[in-house]
Design a protein around this ligand. Structure first.
Ligand SMILES: [Zn+2]
Length: 154
């Protein structure tokens, strides 16, 4: 399966953010009834990721029951189940899931701290919520975590 799209349930907000960081299209279902979650997933061609065994059962092939409460184990389960590659970090907003757009340094003056502005050339901006990203410490921790996941799943 190439680049699956996901719908994470209410208990999996952190997992959803990490999948977005890896570049996977992941919606987050907040305040939805099970029926609405299933409908949303079906309509969007998304796989339901859930800590609710019953909901996962109802989703059938379109769902995955996440067995752990620990983020690393959740990520590992999703990565190995779907055979995900490292993905494409910094392509999706971790806050709202929109696709990021590249922006040059000149456009970022006043929007990021000066020390960040002088240390980085390339920025990524969310067209929907305005969140700004760059390859800083955040980036390093994503890459490290993905390397660790890849070596575990080998
Ligand atoms: Zn956003």
């Amino acid at each position: 399966m190439e680049r699956p799209r996901f719908l994470a349930d209410e208990m999996l907000g952190t997992l959803a953010r990490w999948l977005r960081m890896m570049g996977y299209d992941t919606e987050y279902a907040r305040d939805l009834l099970d029926n609405e979650v299933l409908e949303l997933a079906r309509a969007g061609g998304r796989i339901v990721l859930t800590r609710d065994r019953q909901l996962a059962g109802r989703a059938g092939n379109g769902g995955l029951f996440i067995t752990s409460d620990v983020l690393d184990e959740q990520l590992e389960q999703v990565v190995s189940f779907f055979g995900l590659s490292g993905g494409a970090p910094l392509t999706r907003c971790t806050v709202c899931n929109a696709e990021l757009e590249r922006a040059g340094r000149e456009a970022m003056a006043g929007r990021v701290p000066d020390r960040v502005l002088s240390a980085h050339h390339e920025f990524f901006v969310c067209p929907r919520c305005g969140q700004v990203y760059w390859k800083g410490t955040h980036w390093t921790s994503i890459v490290q975590r993905m390397d660790r996941l890849r070596s575990q799943s080998r």
